[in-house]
Design a binder for this molecule. Structure first.
Ligand code: UD1
Length: 416
C-alpha cells in the first residue's frame, strides 16, 4: 500500500495552481444524464472520485471520453437506470444520479450507501423531496427505487440545507411539469456552478447561492461546453499548509470570495493574506495563534477544512476550541495527530486543542480524504520524519498532492 514519507520543517515558497472543484464536477457529471446533446466539461480534476463518477454514468449508458482535464460526454441511446453496488460503495455522491434519472427516465434503482467514516449521512431529505414532486419511493433489500409517471413542480422546504439534496432536487425539477421552489437550500458555490451548467443546457433556474431556488421545468435540455469553478477546499488546504509549515506562497486560480471564512480564520491565527489579481498570497507568522472555530453550512466555515485547521491548532499558541456541527463523527484525525504529540481532548462534537511548541514525526493513518490532508500538513510542520498511510483517501480529492508540494520546497515522497 502506498504511503507518504515527509521530512518536516521545510519552508514553502513559490506559487501553486488550484484545479477544478471536485464537488462541482461530480453533480455536473450526474446532470449530464439530463442532456440530449453532447457535453464538454473543462478544468476537470484527475481524481479517483471523478473516475468513479465517470464509471457510474458510463454504467448507466453515457459515453465518456477524457483528454487531460477535458471530459466529453455523449448522451445514451439507451439508459440502464441502476447504479452498480460496488460503484455506489466507492462514492456516496453517486446518489446524485437519482434526481436526473427520475427527471428524464422516470425511474432509478440505487444501492443504499452504507455507513461512512464521518457519520451516518442519511438520504431522507433527497427522498422526501423527490416524493413531494410525485415520485413513488420504495426501499427494500438495501436498494432504493424511485418511479414516477412524470414529476410535478411543487414547493419544498429542506429541514437542513443539505448540499446533495439541494443538487438532486434541482436536477429532478429541471424537466418537471411547472415550477418547483426549494426553500432552505444549501448555498455552496458548487450549487451555483450546477445552476449555471443546467442553464447552459437550456434549463430555467434562478436563486442558487441564496436560500431559495426557483426551477421552471422545461421540455428538453441540450448539450453545453462548460468550465467548472476552482476547488475552494484544495485552495484552502494549500493555504493551511503554508500557514502551518511556514513560508510565502501565491495560490493561483482560486476565487477568494468562496474562501472568506477560511481566510478570516487563517488571518485570526496570524497569517498575512493578500488578495492579488492572480491569486491569494499567504505569508506565515513566526507562530500561529489559537482560535475558536465552528463548522457551518456555507458561507460558514467548511467542514471539509475542519481537519486541516485542527492540524494548525495543534501548534498554535494557546487553547483552541473547534466545533464540528455538520458531521457527527468527523474527529478521527485527532487520534492520529495525538501520535505526533498533539494535545487534543474531544467531547462529542467539540475538540479542545492546547497548542504545543512543535509536533514530532511519527507513523499515522488517514481515515478519510480531508483527514489525510490534515495529516500531510501535520507532517510538513513536524520535526523529523512522518509516514502517512491511507494515501488512497488523499487521491480521491487531491491530484498528485505530493508532487505539487515538492515544487514549493516540501520534502515529501510517495513510497510503495
Ligand atoms: C457535500 C460534499 C462534502 C461536504 C458536505 C458538507 C459533495 C460531493 N460532497 O456532501 O464534501 O463535506 O457537502 O459541506 O459535494 N443529511 C441528512 N439527510 C439528508 C442529507 C444530508 O440528515 O438527506 C445530513 C448529513 O448526514 C450531514 C449533513 O446533512 O450531517 C450535511 O450533508 P450534505 O450537505 O448532504 O453533504 P453531502 O452532499 O453528502
Amino acid at each position: 500500500m502506498a504511503y507518504l514519507v515527509i521530512n518536516g520543517g521545510r519552508r514553502l515558497e513559490g506559487s501553486i495552481t488550484v484545479n477544478g472543484a471536485k464537488n462541482a464536477a461530480l453533480p455536473i457529471m450526474a446532470a449530464m444524464l439530463l442532456a440530449t446533446g453532447e457535453c464538454t466539461l473543462r478544468r476537470v480534476p484527475r481524481l479517483q472520485d471523478v473516475t468513479v463518477m465517470a464509471q457510474v454514468i458510463r454504467a448507466l449508458g453515457l459515453q465518456v471520453e477524457r483528454e487531460g482535464s477535458t471530459l466529453r460526454v455523449s448522451p445514451a441511446p439507451v439508459i440502464t437506470p441502476a447504479v452498480p453496488a460496488e460503484l455506489m460503495r466507492q462514492l456516496r455522491a453517486s446518489n446524485l444520479v437519482m434526481g436526473p434519472l427520475l427527471g428524464r427516465h422516470r425511474y432509478f434503482r440505487v444501492p443504499y450507501p452504507g455507513g461512512c467514516a464521518i457519520g451516518s449521512r442519511p438520504m431522507d431529505l433527497h427522498l422526501k423531496g423527490l416524493a413531494a414532486m410525485g415520485a413513488e419511493i420504495t426501499e427494500s433489500q438495501g436498494f432504493i427505487e424511485g418511479r414516477t409517471t412524470g414529476l410535478k413542480g411543487t414547493v419544498i422546504y429542506l429541514d437542513f440545507p443539505s448540499v446533495g439534496a439541494t443538487e438532486n432536487l434541482m436536477m429532478a425539477a429541471t424537466l418537471a411539469e411547472g415550477v418547483t421552489v426549494l426553500h432552505n437550500t444549501a448555498r455552496e458555490p458548487e450549487i451555483v456552478d450546477l445552476q449555471n451548467f443546467l442553464n447552459a443546457l437550456g434549463g430555467r433556474i434562478q436563486g442558487a447561492g441564496q436560500d431559495t431556488i426557483r426551477i421552471e421545468g422545461v421540455r428538453e435540455l441540450k448539450g453545453a461546453d462548460y468550465r467548472i469553478i476552482p476547488d475552494r477546499v484544495e485552495a484552502g488546504t494549500f493555504l493551511a499548509a503554508v500557514a502551518g509549515a511556514g513560508g510565502d506562497v501565491l495560490v493561483r486560480d482560486c476565487q477568494a470570495e468562496h474562501l472568506l471564512a477560511v481566510l478570516a480564520k487563517l488571518t485570526e491565527m496570524g497569517a498575512q493574506i493578500t488578495l492579488q489579481r492572480d491569486g491569494i498570497r499567504l505569508q506565515s507568522p513566526p507562530r500561529l495563534r489559537a482560535i475558536d472555530c465552528k463548522t457551518l453550512p456555507y458561507p460558514g466555515f467548511p467542514t471539509d477544512m475542519q481537519p486541516q485547521v485542527m492540524a494548525l491548532m495543534t501548534v498554535a499558541e494557546g487553547t483552541s476550541v473547534l466545533v464540528e456541527s455538520i458531521f457527527e463523527n468527523r474527529f478521527k484525525h485527532a487520534a492520529e495527530l495525538r501520535r505526533l504529540g498533539a494535545d487534543i481532548k474531544i467531547e462529542g462534537r467539540v475538540a479542545v486543542i492546547n497548542g504545543v511548541p512543535a509536533l514530532s514525526g511519527g507513523q499515522v493513518e488517514a481515515s478519510d480524504l480531508r483527514a489525510a490532508a490534515a495529516l500531510v500538513i501535520a507532517g510538513l510542520m513536524a520535526e523529523g520524519q512522518t509516514w502517512v498511510e491511507g494515501v488512497g483517501h488523499l487521491d480521491r480529492g487531491y491530484e498528485q498532492l505530493e508532487v505539487r508540494l515538492q515544487a514549493l520546497g516540501a520534502d515529501i515522497k510517495r513510497q510503495f
